[in-house]
Design a protein around this ligand. Sequence first.
Ligand SMILES: N[C@@H](CCC(=O)N[C@@H](CS)C(=O)NCC(=O)O)C(=O)O
Length: 213
Amino acid sequence: MKIYGTYLSAPANKVRLAASALGIEAEYINLDLTKGEHKSPDFLAINPLGKVPAINDSGFCLFESNTICRYMANKIGSALYPNEVQQRAIVDQWLDFSSHHILTNMGKILFNKFFAPMMGATPNADSIAEGSRFLNAQVPIIEDYLKQSKMLAGDEMTLADIAMLAAMEPFDLIKYDLTPYPAITAWRNNLMQQEFYQNVHTHYAAEIPQLSS
Ligand SMILES: N[C@@H](CCC(=O)N[C@@H](CS)C(=O)NCC(=O)O)C(=O)O
């Protein structure tokens, strides 16, 4: 299987982390978005949207990070995506929540603080403020769950934790303060010390020399 991503992409890192946790052998292909490599005809044949992540599994191509994660788990019948209908629904709930809320709002801050300057665009301060305002309302909801439960969908790690971890990985870089959230901090530190995580990278941005110091 080939995974196409780019180092600063939280959805792409989600897929890499999920493949690692699932023990799926994958070749990672890093695209340089600043050079437009995601708009090349070869890549558009894999994902016509021209966005990362995408996979090519022996000719079977797929995009959308949550779909890819579910596909990989289903392919090997992994408990990271449980079979029981309500357990599975809870995992789906967190996959949607992490994409539509945490990742979206984190992304407003990340984009304006890092991507916009890289692309020579003017950062939008209103968008940064909006992202922070929404995160301030949403992050406490995760804290409340993790105060009662070791992982987001019960005691065992699932795709829900991997997706949320990927969405919250850039919090150090965007300087979003997690000290008021001890349960999230402990959950995040625990996951980031695990082998599946360390096999991908030591921390978000570790693969980008100018950001990792
Ligand atoms: N909903 C998609 C989001 C994919 C996405 O927006 N990827 C961004 C990087 S984080 C991208 O490729 N942007 C390049 C572009 O839109 O040109 C997923 O979860 O896979």
